[in-house]
Design a binder for this molecule. Sequence first.
Ligand SMILES: Nc1nc2c(ncn2[C@@H]2O[C@H](COP(=O)(O)OP(=O)(O)OP(=O)(O)O)[C@@H](O)[C@H]2O)c(=O)[nH]1
Ligand SMILES: [Mg+2]
Length: 289
Amino acid sequence: MEGYQRTVDYVRDHIQHFSLDNCALGSQGYNRVLLQLFGFMGHGKSSLINSCKYVLDDGEYYIHANALASHTSVTFNRTAYPLTDTITIVDNRGCSTFNAYETGEIYAQLGNFIPLNQRVEWTNNYEDMIYKLEDSEMDPNFTDITIPVFVYSVKKGLAEGEKKDTKEFIDNCRKMTGFYPIVVLTHKTSGDFIQAEKEFLLMGVEKVIKIENYTKEDHGRTQGRHKEILHFLYSVLEDVNFQMKYKKIPKRERVERKKFLLKFLHQREVNQKLEQMRRNAKIQQLPTL
Ligand SMILES: Nc1nc2c(ncn2[C@@H]2O[C@H](COP(=O)(O)OP(=O)(O)OP(=O)(O)O)[C@@H](O)[C@H]2O)c(=O)[nH]1
Ligand SMILES: [Mg+2]
């Protein structure tokens, strides 16, 4: 127990004092690590934030991010919660599926093209999205390292049809941030987390963390749960340290991400128009781009 307590304290201390200035090549102009959560509705994003705060602050359990059992989305605002001087975790509106309608906004968030602390509206409107991107040039964000975190409850397995979209989404997250998303499997005692882990690893994800969130109903501290949450944060920093060993050109990266996003939005618009034409004219032979 004593040895264990020392490890927990050591890891917590490491996380709390992590500074980008101490990376191999220094901060390279970055000043914040942004953990950007996303995932389906009700899978435990807000609870993960509350769990992280609980474990890092080492005090009473407190509800920072509203987490509720509900059939619809509880969180609509994209809210930033600072965890340490360097690390901030961002809550997000839950997706219903990974279709282009909802993912477009998430890619823009991941590329730091949308300011924090705003209500999240999914939009299919090409012009609106392009204007948002242009507006972001007024005050471009080059100082955040964004790490995508995909929160997924093992209570419900991924249906065959969902896997293709999920794989594509995971690949695009990497294009928008330079990082593969870290997958956090929640409700680990209520489903087959081994199967879920396998499926995500097969999709190319490199880190899968299995946790049971602390919740309003059940937040009695346990060694295992504390360790899991710290392991999640430690893994994120490991990834940051690795990437920061190499020279970064934040401006160049932003340009590349913007190109990807513009292409994605354009293709989405074209597909939508084709779909509309098919429906209107009932022409089934038009090709899908
Ligand atoms: N047993 C258990 N319950 C959990 C876990 N994670 C979340 N919950 C519960 O599941 C419900 C939904 O959790 P939230 O954290 O609100 O989920 P969310 O992803 O933020 O949901 P939206 O904001 O609606 O997208 C709440 O009642 C939580 O207490 C977990 O790991 N184990
Ligand atoms: Mg939420």
